[in-house]
Design a protein around this ligand. Sequence first.
Ligand code: N01
Length: 530
Amino acid sequence: MNSVDYDAVVVGAGAGGIYAVHKLTQEGLRVIAFEGAPDVGGVWYHNRYPGARVDIESYFYCFPDEELYPRWTWKERYPAQPEILAYLNFAADSWGVRPHIRFSTWVTGAQWEPAAHRYRVTTSSGESVTGRYLIMASGQLSKARTPAFPGLEDYRGRWVQTSHWPTDHVETAGKRIAVIGTGSSGVQAVPALARDAENVTVFQRTANYSVPAQNGPLDQQKYADLAGRVAEMREAILHHPTGSDIPLGAGPAGSFTPEEQQALLRERWARGGHTMNAVFSDQGTDIHANTLVADFVRQHVLDTVRDPVTADILTPRSYPIGSRRLCVDTGYYEAFNQRNVDLIDVKADPIERITPQGIRTRDHDLEFDLIVFALGFSAFTGALDEANIRNEFGERPTDRWARGPRTLLGLMTRGFPNLFLLTGPGSPSVLANMILDNVQHVDFVADLLRHMGERGHTKVEPEEKAQDEWTAHVAEAASNLLRLNVENYMVHVNRDDGSRVFMPYVAGLDRYVAECDKVAADDFAGFAFS
Ligand code: N01
């Protein structure tokens, strides 16, 4: 077999890439990583918009590493972006991964060379290297949807995207600001921007459900306790559906009296954040159970927002709660009680164009100094496509996914040997703690590569039958979900017949880890080696 410059080429230096470089170099592999940004952090490098925070508690949104964990502590339950970025820098420095990473360098192509069992990877800096394994740590929510509003090119103010917030100072104090998009990013940015802006006008297309994080200082005692038993904690969160310790659904809604239901809702509300996703075990599948939770959140909007017209527009009614990702905020609805915050319902009053001075809707012509686009991502496939990975037939992975992603364990896709998709579609991915997802995937890949090394294999890809079975299992797990029928970035809609594929694996990280463990214990059954 032909030689390679590197055993592994890693794409991306966010949490997944940092850990992949660390783990695989520890395994004795020659590793190089390419990262488009000038530094580590991935989405936490780019998503530096005011108000950006994680929505998984910080006890668990970090590497479950016995050496690292006790040397760090967080200030808050849901830390803001600067603290998370500082943490990822701390991890990168502690593990000494930087010398393996080429920053400010985008992968522009990766061509599988079938005779040599390797990828030739080319980059924006003109570099060309070969690697036996290609490890995509490029994230599932990293390639932003670009704003496509007519007139943007003539706009004379400044415009920015939450997903790629500039590293230079963006002046917001005293400015007239438009925010377009009210998903997780928009609802976090609005109250933060409204603190010192002259005016913030929010352009909402769909009223989304947002629940308070109930953020606060970290329980340092709890952190210290976990720091003393990291291995045990790691096992516990790997065997939890979301990779954390949030409470699971207490039981089917119908098994509680109305008073008990309300008490449970209040209890989960007080705990905050994604706990509202699992008040009742059947709220994701039963519309009556779901409506109980949705009504509770809707009432909060009506109770919080003083202007009844604004409250009505903000009240989410168009889909069941949790069937799009639940937004977690700090003071979102409260911000609309400020005199400097306005709301435009773009379904009733559509954006016609960006003007040189601002935004023209059907009914308004408004002037802005700054337009903030919070439009979301080309999820699951955007970053993968951008790397321009080609197999021996010139195909990209997504060329074979016209009817939705087809993977084995969300990690590999047939026809693309030696290509690993960290947190890819068909794995729990965005439904669980993404740092833990990455760690679990990298550890699995490291075990797989060791297995191959011991047997002299240089090529691996999923067997067709195993991939078909896994893809069917992922679909089956999602078949009774309310969210399958709602427009959202986790659902792939087949162009030919409109049928739907839920992309992440919804049965839980715990179940997924058990499946991976079974495969590994069975000599990686389902993977074909040569
Ligand atoms: O993106 P989104 P996001 N005109 O796709 C609107 C993670 N995350 O960046 O709802 C007008 O959720 C669109 O409208 P609609 C998290 O996984 C986590 O906010 O489609 N509006 C929607 O309101 C999250 O789920 C955190 O009708 C337009 C918004 O833009 C994921 O990232 C923080 C439009 C996009 O919402 C994505 O969140 C931030 C148009 N032409 C992100 N096009 C944490 O809390 C789109 N929209 C950890």
